[in-house]
Design a protein around this ligand. Structure first.
Ligand SMILES: C[S@@+](CC[C@H](N)C(=O)[O-])C[C@H]1O[C@@H](n2cnc3c(N)ncnc32)[C@H](O)[C@@H]1O
Length: 226
């Protein structure tokens, strides 16, 4: 008797999550059905997926070409208004990250904050309200390596915003930055229940990268069908 042929299921696509912190970005790709590996120079005991503690660009140079898609969130302190006021001089990793991503030949996205806009090339903006979240938290995404992203419609901001880092009055959208108060609320609003304050103030809501991950999967499926 002949054996039935095994059913071949497509393997989950492998995503490299560079500068991963506690995994806001990584969790979104995971929720899109992808197999995620995070890299951060600092120990990240709350990162919920496979993790390597090492320098992101060194890891990228060695292992980047083995991934299907690469996300990078280089530290944004260099570009945030409060850090500039404090005179902090963190290294600017956006240009070296872009060069290293290009060298892999893989599709990629670099995420950053408004202050980094002059350094990002034709970035797409994502806003929490696009995903039904009660925070605006605009973040900017430059794409490359053949991947392009179309954002959802950006509706007008109708809810008032609580003051930066302050408790959030009823009916307001929160800004969870700096030493903000209200970790339990921030966890619910951004859907990051495993994070502490340190992770939350740095993170992008997983909804953003779930959207990006699904867009990448749709683009890949179209390319394979063509
Ligand atoms: C803005 S946070 C990333 C937030 C993350 N994408 C999220 O959504 O939760 C930047 C992270 O970069 C890490 N970092 C800074 N320099 C690094 C380097 N050279 N290699 C790897 N990670 C680094 C920091 O430790 C920090 O956790």
């Amino acid at each position: 008797m002949t054996q039935p042929a095994p059913i071949r299921r497509p393997r989950p696509l492998k995503v490299l999550d560079l500068f991963c912190c506690q995994g806001g970005a990584g969790m979104g790709y995971f929720r899109a059905g992808m197999d995620v590996t995070g890299v951060d120079i600092t120990a990240q005991t709350r990162y919920p997926l496979a993790f390597h503690q090492t320098d992101a660009l060194a890891f990228l140079a060695e292992f980047g070409p083995g991934f299907d898609f690469i996300h990078a969130s280089p530290p944004c302190q260099h570009d945030s208004d409060c850090q500039r006021l404090q005179g902090n001089t963190h290294p600017d990793l956006i240009a070296p990250t872009r060069d290293a991503l290009q060298a892999t030949g893989r599709p990629w996205v670099i995420e950053n904050v408004r202050g980094a806009l002059p350094k990002l090339r034709q970035p797409v903006m994502l806003c929490g309200a696009m995903f039904g979240l009660k925070t605006y938290r605009h973040r900017y995404f430059e794409t490359g390596g053949g991947f392009t992203l179309t954002p959802p419609q950006h509706a007008a901001h109708t809810a008032p915003q609580a003051k930066m880092g302050r408790p959030v009055p009823d009916g307001h959208f929160g800004q969870y930055v700096g030493n903000f108060s209200g970790v339990p609320l921030a966890r619910r609003v951004m859907d990051v229940p495993w994070m502490n304050r340190d992770g939350i103030r740095e993170c992008i809501p997983p909804a953003y990268t779930e959207y990006i991950g699904r867009a990448f999967l749709a683009q890949t499926a179209l390319e394979m069908a063509a």
